[in-house]
Unconditional design. Structure first.
Length: 283
C-alpha cells in the first residue's frame, strides 16, 4: 500500500506541475489586460491628477486615498504609474512592432535576392550588431535630444537588425522546401512568395521574438529615461519615476517600489507569454 500511495502522490505532483504553466499564462494574460486598460483609459482608473501638485501631502505613505503613496510634490504615485503606462509600455510596443516590420521586410529582401545583394544587406546588419546595443542607443538618443520620441527612434534603429537576421535565416531554410520550389515553378515570385508560402511558417518564431522583446524594450526605455534622455518632469513615465525616487529611497520606500514593481511585472508577463507561444508551437 505504501508503494501505491507514493505512486498516487507522485501522480498528483505531476498533475500540479503540468497545470502550473496554464496558471502562469492566465496570470500573464491578466497582467497584460490590466496594462492595456491602464494605457487606453487611464483617466477612468487613476485616483487623481498625475501632474497636479499637493505639497502638504508630499511623501505620504500608501493609504486608501493614495494606494502607492505620494511623491516629493504630493502627486499621487498610483495615478502617475497608471498614466505612465501609455508612455513607457506604449513606447516599448511601438519600438518592437516598428522594428519587426522593417526588419522582416529587410530580411525577406536579403533572403530572396541572395548573392551580392544578400551580402551587402547582411553587412549592413552586421555593422549595427557590431556595437553594444545599449551603448549605441544611448549615443543615438543623446544626439537626437531628450524626449520619448528620441529614445523610441534610437531603440528602433538598434532593434530591427535582429528581426532582419531572423527572417533572412528562416527564408534561406524555407526556400529549399518542396512547397516553395513548387510555387516558384508555377511562377510565384517576390514578396507574394514570401507572404503566401513562407511567412505562415515563420509566424511562430517572429511572434515569440516580439512578445519577449516587448519586455526587453520596456527595460531599455526605462533605463534611458532613468539616465535623463527620455521623459522630462512632470511627465508620468516609469523610468522618470524611478529616477526621481533615488533621493528618497531611505525615507519613502514606496516611491521606488511602485514603478520598479510595474517594470518587473510587465517584463515577466510578456516573457511568460513568449514562452507559452514557443511551447504551443512545439506541440
Amino acid at each position: 500500500m505504501s508503494g501505491v500511495a507514493r505512486m498516487t502522490s507522485g501522480l498528483r505532483v505531476a498533475r500540479v506541475i503540468e497545470r502550473r504553466p496554464s496558471f502562469l499564462i492566465l496570470f500573464a494574460a491578466a497582467v497584460v489586460l490590466i496594462l492595456l486598460a491602464f494605457a487606453i483609459a487611464p483617466g477612468l482608473i487613476a485616483t487623481g491628477d498625475p501632474i497636479k501638485l499637493d505639497v502638504p501631502n508630499r511623501l505620504a505613505p500608501p493609504s486608501l486615498g493614495h494606494p502607492f503613496g505620494t511623491d516629493e510634490g504630493g502627486r499621487d504615485i498610483f495615478s502617475r504609474v497608471v498614466f505612465g503606462t501609455r508612455n513607457s509600455l506604449g513606447i516599448a510596443v511601438t519600438v518592437v512592432l516598428g522594428s519587426a516590420l522593417f526588419g522582416i521586410l529587410f530580411g525577406a529582401v536579403a533572403g530572396l535576392a541572395g548573392g551580392a545583394v544578400d551580402e551587402v544587406l547582411m553587412r549592413i546588419v552586421d555593422l549595427f550588431l557590431a556595437f553594444p546595443a545599449f551603448v549605441l542607443a544611448l549615443a543615438l538618443a543623446a544626439s537626437l535630444g531628450r524626449g520619448l520620441g528620441s529614445i523610441a527612434l534610437a531603440l528602433a534603429i538598434i532593434w530591427w537588425p535582429g528581426y532582419a537576421r531572423l527572417v533572412r535565416g528562416e527564408i534561406l531554410a524555407l526556400r529549399e522546401q518542396q512547397h516553395v520550389e513548387t510555387a516558384r515553378a508555377l511562377g510565384v515570385r517576390g514578396l507574394r512568395l514570401v507572404r503566401r508560402h513562407m511567412l505562415p511558417f515563420m509566424t511562430r518564431s517572429v511572434n515569440v521574438r516580439i512578445t519577449t522583446d516587448i519586455g526587453y524594450a520596456l527595460v531599455a526605455v526605462t533605463a534611458l529615461s532613468f539616465l535623463g534622455l527620455g521623459a522630462q518632469s512632470p511627465t508620468p513615465e516609469w523610468g522618470l519615476l524611478i529616477r526621481d525616487s533615488r533621493s528618497y529611497f531611505g525615507s519613502a520606500w514606496w516611491y521606488l517600489l511602485a514603478p520598479g514593481f510595474m517594470v518587473m511585472l510587465t517584463t515577466v508577463a510578456f516573457s511568460l507569454i513568449g514562452d507559452a507561444v514557443a511551447e504551443r508551437g512545439d506541440r
